[in-house]
Structures are given as structure tokens and as C-alpha cells.
Design a protein around this ligand. Sequence first.
Ligand code: AMP
Length: 277
Amino acid sequence: MKTITTLSDLRAARQLLHGSVGLVPTMGYLHEGHLSLIRRAKMECESVVVSIFVNPSQFGANEDLSKYPRDLKRDLNLMEPLGVDLVWNPTAEIVYPAGYQTWVEVESLTRPLEGAIRPAHFRGVTTIVTKLFNAVQPHKAYFGQKDAQQAAVIQQMIRDLNFPIEMEICPTTREADGLAMSSRNQYLQGADRPAAAILFKALSAAKSAYAGGERNAKNLRNIVQETLATEPRVQVQYVSCADYHTLSELDTVRGKSLLSLAVMVGKTRLIDNVTLE
Ligand code: AMP
């Protein structure tokens, strides 16, 4: 496993990789969710590249960029046994040198949900992912269902910009109580941690109602809201029941749909989702 910082070293090392290349973009502080993406890439591709970069441009001015957890040594130890070929860990100056002024934007898919609350977030995501695609030139790229809107936005960008890259969306890895794994779970202090289990409980309650025949999207959103309301530490930002592909809010659930939410648990912002199909 080779760890690389500069773009020229990355390009040189990329040239030496054999066969199909899988890319797993991450912001580091790896957990089992990230490792599941890496294992899947390793199964499907001859070579695997992992990027670790806390991308400043996807954080808003009042968000957690400066306190986002970072521990490269720990990350490298977790990846070593998985057979990762290259780890790219650039500095912000390498990715965004002085005078940088080019951005990639996906339009309507980035407006609702996360985009409504974090207005510049997806512009940062699509720009860094484009730069990663250009630098690594992977055959396949691996993303998590945990960030469902991000996955939809990147899929749209791949189509619109004709990247010759196959995108794989991997299932959400969860803790024993259902909490979706996230580097940000580190922030959950004391009673906030057990309280956070309510997110998946709420989504699961609505999913059970769907399995029982409920197709009214408002009723499904209400089930999520009402379950979340039983936990006083939780403040809801949004609960959505939307078309899986367009992310437009639904009246009636017909095709594949996405039930998603964003909440604050104490001072920690968490997102989660399940699909209905
Ligand atoms: P991040 O480091 O949080 O930017 O995540 C890097 C990639 O891992 C993204 O594609 C995420 O969607 C994915 N990911 C994060 N958490 C999970 C999880 N619990 N299960 C599966 N994939 C995840």
C-alpha cells in the first residue's frame, strides 16, 4: 500500500496499476462503512485507490470543517490488511491552489433536502469528485447509500459529463442499535449516543407501515416525525418521502422511493435514509 500526497506522484503511481481500477473517495476517520466500500472495490477490481481528503469546499462557513476528526495513521492501519494499492491524501493547497476558480454544479437534484440546508455543499462534492475522477481515472467508483442524495447527484454528474465510470452504491453499515455509521458519530456525547438510535427506529417504523400497505407519503412522513418526537434530544430539520431518482416529494408512493431525514441530536447533525421499493 503506497501513500501519496502530490498529484504528479499520484499520476505516476496510477500508470503502474494493473487492470480495472476501483476508487473509494472518503474524508477519512474510517469506520466499518468505509471498509465495506473498500472490500467491495477489492472484490470487483484488480486495483483499489482510496482517497482521504477532508474537502473544505463542501463545508459551510459555520459547519464542522476545523473539528472534523482526522487520524491518518489509524486510517492506514485499518486499510493495510484490505489490500488497498494507493492512498491519496492531498493537502488543500494541492487540490485548491491559490487562484482556484473552477466549479462543477449539478442543478435541480441539489436543491432539496441537504441542498436546502447546506447550499454550497454539493458544489464542493461534485467538484472534488470530478477532480478525483480526473486524477485517478477509475473504471468503477464506490459510494454509500448512507448519503443517498450525494449518490444521486454524482450519478447524474457521471451521466451528464460522460465520465466512463461505473458507479456502485453500497448499503449502509449500521451499529448494533441501528445507528448508521458515520465519522461524525464521534461527536455524540453521553446520552446523545443512545438517543441517536431513534433515527433508524423512525425510518424502520415507516418502512414497516409501507410493507403493511401504506402508500400515502404524508402518512409515512408522519410516522417518522411522530417516532422522532418521542426523543426530546432530537430536533428535526427535514423528513422526506421522495422519488428515488428525482428526489421530488411524493403524494403517493409508487416506484422506488427514498425516505430520508436530517436531525440534530444535541449539537450533532445526523442524516439517514431507507429505500421503499
Ligand atoms: P465520508 O468519509 O463520510 O465522506 O464517506 C465516504 C464514503 O463512504 C461516502 O460514499 C459515504 O456515503 C460512504 N459511507 C459513509 N458512511 C457509510 C455507512 N455507514 N455505510 C456505507 N457507506 C458509508
